[in-house]
Design a protein around this ligand. Sequence first.
Ligand SMILES: [Zn+2]
Length: 394
Amino acid sequence: MSYVHAVLSAVPLLKREWNKKQRLLLQNAVRNTLPKHRAAACLRHRLGSSAVTVSASTSGATRLGGLMVCNAFHICPICHHNKMEQEKAMLADFVTKHYADGGFMVDAVLTIPHAAGESLSDVQSRLELVWNSLRSKAIWRELSEYLGIVGSVRKLEVTLTSNGWHPHYHVSLLCNWAHSRGLRGFNRQTVLADAHAQVAASWARAGERSGIKVSLFAQAAVAIVAGVDAQKAIAYNAKNMGYGGKSKSLTPMDLLRVVDQSTDPTAVCAARRLFSEYAAAVKGKHALSYLGTARVAKSKLSGKDKPPAASEPEYVRLGTISGDAWNAVVKAGQREAMAQVMTCEELMQAVLRAAHFAGFTFIPSGWLTFMPESKTVIMVKCEPTSIPSLVLRV
Ligand SMILES: [Zn+2]
């Protein structure tokens, strides 16, 4: 059985949730698969000798400070999710402005033929070649003038099917009626047909120019996005390497789910092998790429002039854990619980479980400090199975 068929056989049993707990479990699967990758240390290794601060927001989020964050956006489920949330908010901002200025969007899915057994890096190289050819002066200028393109947002997505790796681009072309020379249809259908034909022709020409055959199906998914649907489309574009996936099409997250959930050693081994191939192939690639007005808006919104985000949750520090305590937390498998604590009591319980695992019947002195800092836990005596009451020194 091929690697692909081995993982596909495990798919019907997968639970495909996408919450913080699941992301942490999938991050453990990354560590299991790529133990030397920096993602294996993410939210696990402390920064130097610093203590770990634990904070919670009123919106139900927990933040662990003083830990390494890998920023491997294609690989690490936690960092990927955080990055996509940021980008989604930013995209929503400038797409709203784009529509307010009389713009519209043309969405396209651009891909190339591939076969089972081909390496991802080979298929991806071909996709990049065709994209670079599309961006060559002659082809891009003609397409831009026809549609009135003023910017674009391109998302790289990689899935795996029984027909091999399927890397593709979801592209939102930001267009403006005033700049468009070609879209002169009388109704929505005519305009859509014209836009479709032009994108398909440009992509086919780009393939021809780079010596790569592009099938007509490859760029069939072209849509003109109405104002009301724009936020939906951009949210989809910013989504991720795949929250859900389908039974016949696996996302990189699904490969991690197989590693985390499957009891079939053949499927787990195949998923690890395929995820490693994915990680090597996407190294250094951008999940989202911006052009034109989108790039300008992005640099403004992510630069020094960035306005304060209204939706940024406010965090309240619950407490601080010493280095020794954090090491015990990780060894005891309490990292996932710690990353979700919302109250001082939950924080204390997680540290206590770590203390028990390390052989203590109480939380050792100095392991846990609640906020404000003058309140220090000096002694928490208990039986390993019971929840203690706290003794605080104020
Ligand atoms: Zn990370």
